[in-house]
Write a new protein. Sequence first.
Length: 143
Amino acid sequence: MKNISEHITFGESYKSQIAERFKINNTPPDGIIPSMILVANKCFEPVRNHFGIPIGISSFYRCKELNTKLKGSKTSQHMKGEAIDIDADIFGGITNAEIFEWIKQNLTFDQLIWEMGNDENPAWVHVSYSISGNRNQVIKITK
């Protein structure tokens, strides 16, 4: 497989420095890929197309072993290929807060999470999408 969506290659959808460091095979199984394609096209691509600039991905698919290593939620949607962490800081040009607000106002999603950072800008934006039952749940976490 070459691409998950227009702007996300298959390789970058599961790339992880932590997985590489600990020799964890984070390649998604075939059954997960349709969910990854869905979240990429319903959540990431509309953001990318709206702002018209490259936007970074800090985390997309995570196998159970990698999710455990990262101390992720035991029910993380990353393990199902239903969640993506977007980070504008990787390329610059816009802020994570701008991405968060645009998604909140314009897209259907399951969860939208303002992750870490501060009250002005999250460190990254977590957005998930499920094939059915999207809750449009908005959460702010700033430890």
